[in-house]
Design a protein around this ligand. Structure first.
Ligand SMILES: CC(C)(COP(=O)(O)OP(=O)(O)OC[C@H]1O[C@@H](n2cnc3c(N)ncnc32)[C@H](O)[C@@H]1OP(=O)(O)O)[C@@H](O)C(=O)NCCC(=O)NCCS
Length: 229
């Protein structure tokens, strides 16, 4: 089911959420810095019990980012997958309904992958790649078209040493290994920068009707499909 994971153990477990228990996917990844657990969907109470790596500040300061993760885990269809070392969150990926101002929020089966971040001290151990693979092969996403809108201004060019095109290539390569494909669109947020890119993965449980609706939403300007990226 999950390619490129032959060295790791995948198991299903129960994470506690209040008086309820949630089924979660857990994967053990051995790195030279120790064992990393990739797990989710992580309930808010569980996230609260963990510390946050202080270098997880690509999008906002680490403390605020932890609050955001907890909040997302509590909203309808919000989901967080994390990479954990001991009791510390060292990476995460978020899923939630698209922002209301976007066209994609009008679609009943679209979820947005909001952001993925691995702490700089844990990068290049394939944690990001495996986090995506675990999340995208998990049951909860099967009935959704998951999109990600990759904006160049969110990328950590400084620590990566990559230029914006190489960074885009690195990200799209990583996402395509988790099953996402590039999708052309005239969404103005994507057209705003030549490196921005929309990617999507259509889950096996998505109906033909919902796929057609998604197709019809890709080009909505008056010039229709004349605008290609
Ligand atoms: C992008 C990011 C999540 C990658 O996480 P990671 O755990 O370091 O990535 P992985 O180790 O799983 O690497 C996946 C692939 O990308 C390549 N890669 C990752 N970082 C790279 C870099 N700086 N330069 C060149 N290649 C890189 C890896 O070599 C690997 O490819 P390979 O299997 O062919 O060797 C991480 O750099 C990050 O958090 N960046 C800041 C936030 C961000 O840009 N998020 C994406 C937009 S939402």
């Amino acid at each position: 089911m999950i390619g490129e994971l032959q060295f790791f153990v995948v198991r299903r477990s129960l994470l506690r959420e209040g008086d309820e228990f949630m089924l979660a996917d857990i994967l053990e990844l051995q790195t030279e810095k120790g064992t990393v657990y990739i797990e989710g969907p992580a309930p808010g109470e569980y996230l609260e019990s963990l510390s946050m790596n202080q270098q997880l500040n690509n999008f906002r300061p680490a403390g605020k980012q932890k609050e955001a993760l907890i909040n997302i885990s509590k909203i309808p269809q919000g989901m967080i997958y994390i990479a954990r070392h001991q009791k510390e969150i060292i990476g995460y990926v978020t899923f939630h309904q698209p922002d209301e101002y976007t066209r994609w929020s009008k679609h009943p089966r679209i979820l947005e992958m909001g952001g993925i971040e691995i702490s700089p001290e844990w990068r290049k151990y394939k944690i990001g790649l495996n986090l995506l693979k675990v999340a995208f092969s998990a049951k909860p996403l099967e009935d959704f078209i998951v999109i990600t809108m990759e904006y160049a201004w969110h990328w950590d060019l400084r620590s990566s040493g990559l230029d914006v095109w190489k960074y885009q290539k690195m990200l799209t390569g990583m996402f395509s290994r988790a099953g996402l494909s590039k999708v052309s669109t005239d969404d103005p947020d994507i057209l705003e920068h030549p490196c921005n890119v929309l990617m999507a993965k259509i889950g096996p449980g998505v109906s033909k009707q919902d796929i057609l609706l998604f197709e019809s939403m890709r080009f909505m300007s008056k010039y229709g499909e004349a605008v290609q990226i």
